[in-house]
Design a protein around this ligand. Structure first.
Ligand SMILES: Nc1ncnc2c1ncn2[C@@H]1O[C@H](COP(=O)(O)OP(=O)(O)OP(=O)(O)O)[C@@H](O)[C@H]1O
Ligand SMILES: [Mg+2]
Length: 256
């Protein structure tokens, strides 16, 4: 399997009021093409920071991040922004949706901005609508961002993260604000994407979400202290309940 993302000796230190906070400590990590990685761990352990650092949303303090063969620290801000726009998708909780744009316009925004996109506006809109249909939100395309439900908004985020067919999607608690049935729907969409070949790295507090992932990393106090390999969910070898049982036992051992 090709390596999509690699972190070597990754450290991240924040300085607040002259006090150093070593949030990520010497993290080594390899994500292969087609992986669906869950990142779990206590609140404040550095999960979101890890996602920000490996996705180039934030700069690392030390160490290397290699995405798709490129060392991202050597890229300037503009080059890094292009990599994020063209090759990565993001589903974050503070969803950077624009309030003055409709749901559809928000979804197609990364495609409109991408220099790689040679489509006409109508073609891009058509693709945006097709994605909305796939996620079951085709009726709210012209709604304002604040005129949709939380679950619909989350699905709109998934559409937006997919619009440039990224190599990898980073998701920070994509189901955190949702009830069980919306959470399952969102997760099933991520699984479908993953089955189509998109690599996914996803922070979650929910063992039911993590149980559908192929690997689970456990972060404590800025270090990866454990990894559980569950294999791809579509393998049919184990039922979801078995996976959940296995994962829950392992999480207990990690101190969850
Ligand atoms: N921009 C920042 N500036 C300073 N400190 C920060 C910043 N972002 C995060 N931190 C600190 O880094 C640590 C890890 O935060 P992070 O958000 O990565 O945790 P988390 O594991 O995602 O937690 P949660 O499960 O609550 O979302 C915390 O101590 C936090 O206060
Ligand atoms: Mg977080």
């Amino acid at each position: 399997m090709n390596t999509v993302l690699q972190a070597k000796g990754l450290c991240k230190t924040y300085v607040v009021n002259k006090r150093q906070n070593n949030v990520l400590k010497n993290i080594d990590l390899t994500v292969s093409e087609g992986d669906m990685v869950a990142v779990m761990g206590p609140s404040g352990s550095g999960k979101s920071t890890l996602l920000y650092c490996v996705s180039g949303m934030d700069r690392v303090t030390a160490g290397e991040v290699i995405f798709n063969g490129k060392e991202t620290a050597s890229l300037n801000d503009k080059e890094l922004a292009r990599v994020r726009l063209d090759e990565m998708g993001f589903i974050f909780q503070q969803m950077y949706m624009m309030k003055n744009l409709s749901v559809l316009d928000n979804i197609i925004f990364p495609a409109v901005k991408s220099k790689n996109n040679k489509e006409t506006r109508a073609q891009t809109e058509e693709r945006g609508r097709a994605l909305m249909k796939r996620l079951g939100i085709e009726d709210v395309g012209s709604n304002d961002i604040n005129e949709v439900s939380g679950g619909q908004l989350q699905r709109a985020c998934i559409c937006r993260s997919m619009i440039n067919s990224p190599k990898i999607i980073f998701a920070d608690e994509p189901t955190g604000a949702l009830n069980r049935s919306s959470s399952d729907e969102v997760m099933n969409e991520l699984l479908k994407l993953n089955n189509d070949g998109t690599t996914v790295m996803c922070v979650t507090h929910d063992p039911k979400v993590a149980a559908k992932c192929s690997r689970v990393l456990y972060l404590v106090d800025g270090s990866i202290v454990g990894e559980k390999v569950l294999g791809h969910f579509d393998s049919e070898e184990k039922s979801l309940r078995d996976r959940e049982r296995e994962l829950n036992g392992w999480l207990m051992e990690q101190g969850w």
